[in-house]
Structures are given as structure tokens and as C-alpha cells.
Ligand binder design. Structure first.
Ligand code: SF4
Length: 281
């Protein structure tokens, strides 16, 4: 059975999601911050973690953005193959939702039309849109507005197969160490291992939208996530980069098959404002 969905429905949901996700962080992130404050060893680090939570409360109560950098809108769409879209074009509908959300929510417009000419588009469009066709008759929309303090500290490494798991660990730790306070810690670290150059980067981005505290289903990946979280926290960068035992709240790793000759690793770093929201229509 084919199900018809008007793309106006996508616009409406994206508009609401842009506002909601910029005013109120998801429960997994809030829980991670509470836990971090309880376990943080440094008094100044504890204080910063408390202030970050005060900031979250104020943003929610006053309906204002959590951070001045309200991000570039990254949208993941999973469209059921039994859906027939009607109305305006899909990407136009997504961008219209971003336009309306950023205008009505008084969210900062951070997108420039050309990377060199740098004229602001004044409505935060276009979004970066990733679309997959999947079985079923539903559309899953995931939105993750990405701040660039942390985006700028992200890296892709094209390792050799012989570099193995130790090479992967070294890549993750080097990226985080180099990011230091610039990534607005405590961070969430998204990692993509395998695939191709662009697949690794995309997996790292998607890994940031996985709920904090939910480990990988693969045993070796789960082990890697736990070890990396411990080693990153041992770096001592701490909340706001002022020192402490909480440099990251989570390390989420996604993997994919790769070529016999390569081992791509991407590390996409997100700050403590790791905004992610999902709706299914
Ligand atoms: S990196 Fe995150 S916390 Fe830092 S300014 Fe950007 S959105 Fe805000």
C-alpha cells in the first residue's frame, strides 16, 4: 500500500524541531551532565558542569537558545519506499522548515552562501541533507544542528590496514587532544571506522545522534568506546578546558565494511550542546 505524505508535513515538523532542539537538550544529554557533575574530580570542573545545567534550565524556561551558535542544520531522512511524496520538492520542503524555524525561533543565522565569498543567506539555509530509502511507509526525520567550534576540530584519517585497532585509538585520541578547549568540552565524540573517505565522515556524524549512554551492539566496538572514553577523560582537558576528569560524555563509534587496502577513520567532535532530535511521520 502506498502512503501519500505532503511535504508540507515535513516542513512543519522540521520547523518545530529546529526550535525545540535549540531550546531544550535531549534527556540523554541532560542525564550525562548530571552524572558528570556527580563524578567530576576537580572543584572548578564540577562548578562548570553545574553552570552548564543552569544554562540549560534557563534556556528551557525562557525559551531561548542554549548557545549563541545555533548551528548548521544537518538533517537525516529515512524515507519508506512505500511513501509517495506530494507537494513541493523534498529538499525545498526541508529548507523551508529550517527557514521558518530559525526565523520564528530567533535562532542565529550562521550559514554563508559560498565558502569564499561568505555572504550570509540570512535564514540559515541550506541545510545539509542526507536521504536514505528504507522499507516501510514512514519517514524518520533526525535533526542535528551542528556548532562549528567543535566541527572545526574534527578530522578524517586514511589509515593503512596494518595500523589496526591501535591506529584507530591513536587517531581518536590525537583528534581530541588537538581539539582541547576549542571544542567546548565536555564533548561527545562521534567516530566512523571503515567504508570510504566520505562514508567514514558520515558515520561519525550519525554517531553523534546516537543516544548518549547507549553502546554499540558489537562487542569489540563497545569495548573501544569504553576504553576511549576513559583515555579521553584521562587527558585532563576537563569542562570548558579548565582541567578535570570530564573531557567527554560519550564516545560513539559506527563501523562499516571497507576495502582490503584501507582503514578510514573519521572523528566528528561535538560540544556539550550535542543537539539531536527525531520524529517519525
Ligand atoms: S561549539 Fe557548541 S558550545 Fe561551542 S559555541 Fe558552538 S554550539 Fe556553542
Amino acid at each position: 500500500m502506498i502512503r501519500e505524505i505532503d511535504t508540507a508535513e515535513i516542513t512543519k515538523n522540521i520547523k518545530e524541531m529546529c526550535i525545540q532542539v535549540n531550546y531544550d537538550l535531549s534527556d540523554d544529554m541532560k542525564k550525562a551532565l548530571v552524572h558528570a557533575e556527580e563524578t567530576e574530580a576537580s572543584p572548578i570542573g564540577k562548578k562548570v558542569l553545574g553552570q552548564l545545567q543552569d544554562n540549560l534550565r534557563i534556556a528551557k524556561e525562557d525559551q531561548i537558545p542554549i548557545c549563541q551558535d545555533t548551528g548548521m542544520a544537518v538533517v537525516f531522512l529515512e524515507i519508506g519506499q512505500d511513501v509517495h511524496l506530494t507537494g513541493s520538492g523534498l529538499e525545498d520542503a526541508v529548507n523551508e522548515g529550517v527557514r521558518q524555524g530559525y526565523q520564528e525561533g530567533f535562532l542565529r543565522k550562521s550559514v554563508v552562501e559560498d565558502p569564499i565569498e561568505r555572504v550570509n543567506t540570512k535564514d540559515n539555509t541550506p541545510a545539509v541533507i542526507h536521504t536514505r530509502i528504507v522499507p516501510g511507509d514512514r519517514i524518520a526525520i533526525r535533526l542535528a544542528p551542528k556548532g562549528f567550534g567543535s566541527e572545526n576540530m574534527s578530522k578524517v584519517y586514511m589509515l593503512k590496514p596494518a595500523d589496526g585497532i591501535e591506529g584507530v585509538k591513536h587517531a581518536i585520541l590525537s583528534a581530541v587532544e588537538e581539539a582541547g578547549p576549542n571544542a567546548c568540552p565536555p564533548m561527545v565524540v562521534g567516530v566512523g571506522v571503515g567504508g570510504t573517505f566520505e562514508k567514514a565522515a558520515l558515520m561519525a556524524k550519525e554517531a553523534l545522534t546516537r543516544e548518549v549512554g547507549v553502546p554499540s551492539q558489537k562487542a569489540w566496538v563497545k569495548e573501544l568506546e569504553q576504553e576511549m572514553l576513559q583515555k579521553i577523560n584521562d587527558l585532563g582537558i576537563g569542562p570548558a578546558g579548565l582541567g578535570g576528569s570530564t573531557t567527554a560524555l560519550a564516545v560513539n563509534v559506527n563501523t562499516y565494511p571497507t576495502h582490503i587496502a584501507g582503514l578510514p577513520v573519521a572523528v566528528n567532535i561535538c560540544c556539550h550542546v550535542n543537539r539531536h532530535i527525531q520524529r517519525v511521520i
